[in-house]
Design a protein around this ligand. Structure first.
Ligand code: SF4
Length: 299
């Protein structure tokens, strides 16, 4: 299998066949993100993709998974025709695969017509991972996300319409130090995600990656990192304000988070809030600050 760039994949895809169809991210401008900073976006040739699929079909290990995860930053940006050709090759050589999943940006969905979304779903595309980050317009502008909150809601609703499963990845701590900012961001993110039906909500917490704009701003004294207490308050606010019509898994199983929580919202909301409140009551903000050495977190 050809892999020539750093691989990022969601934890849930640990057993999936990882197929490189692109390298890099077409946006590559989010202020906090260093994932593809030094990788120019390019598409893998269809010949190479086919070669890799054939190789996967001969690898016994891959017989036990029915999922293919397309690499890298936002393969859903590709034209529908190309995505369909890739799906066709996957189904031809890996007939046991049911789900083709990948990262997608809001703009990648926006560029596809309703008809295209329908065709892609029928071809096996599903379980899209979306970097939603925040429901706060000010935060999206600050990080240069490239889409608005309203666009994100509109495109997630389109995915709902065609019965896609999708996962919303959100980031606490984006606006930096201050409990007021944490409360505002958390509230707006929870409210935003209550308007759509994400199958899963995966909070992570912003970490300064050397070489990124946010890291430089911090060095220049223009940005102060959120405290662990701020981040936990923001996570609490997200959960408190989450009232989606359908249930969603929420899991903070990522090493950037101050605390691990996992449950189904809305039914588990009270339990999750009580778990967070217990920590907030037991530990002082100063003690919490010692819990994580953010310099050693790999994103
Ligand atoms: S956060 Fe996602 S969209 Fe933004 S630069 Fe990084 S990979 Fe690209």
């Amino acid at each position: 299998m050809k892999y020539d760039a750093q691989i990022y994949r969601p934890p849930k895809e640990y057993r999936s066949i990882l197929l490189q169809v692109t390298s890099g991210c077409t946006h590559n401008k989010c202020r906090f993100c260093g994932m593809y900073r030094y990788t120019n976006f390019k598409m893998e040739t269809l010949e190479q993709v086919e070669k890799d699929i054939i190789e996967a079909s001969k690898t016994p290990y891959y017989r036990s998974t029915d999922r293919v995860f397309l690499l890298n930053g936002n393969p859903f940006v590709m034209q529908t025709d190309r995505l369909l050709k890739i799906a066709e090759m996957i189904h031809k050589y890996l007939p046991w695969v049911n789900v083709i999943t990948t990262y997608s940006s809001i703009k990648d969905i926006e560029r596809k017509t309703d008809e295209e979304l329908k065709i892609l779903k029928n071809a096996g595309y599903n379980d899209l991972y979306l970097g939603i980050e925040s429901g706060n317009q000010e935060a999206l502008e600050f990080i240069n996300k490239g889409n608005t909150v309203d666009e994100a809601i509109r495109e997630m609703k389109r995915l709902d319409k065609f019965e896609y499963n999708y996962y919303a990845m959100v980031l606490t701590g984006l606006m930096g130090k201050g409990v007021d900012k944490a409360i505002e961001n958390g509230k707006l993110t929870g409210q935003m995600l209550s308007k759509v039906n994400a199958r899963g909500i995966f909070p992570m917490s912003v970490t300064l990656v050397p070489g990124t704009e946010l890291w430089q701003m911090c060095r220049d004294g223009e940005y102060e990192e959120a405290s662990e207490y701020d981040r936990l308050i923001e996570l609490r606010q997200i959960i408190e304000n989450l009232n989606p019509e359908k249930t969603a898994l929420i899991s903070s199983a990522h090493n950037s988070n101050t605390m691990y929580i996992k449950g189904i919202v809305p039914p588990d909301k009270d339990r999750l809030l009580k778990q967070i409140d217990r920590i907030l009551n037991e530990a002082s903000p100063e003690e919490m600050q010692e819990w994580i050495d953010r310099k050693n977190i790999l994103i």
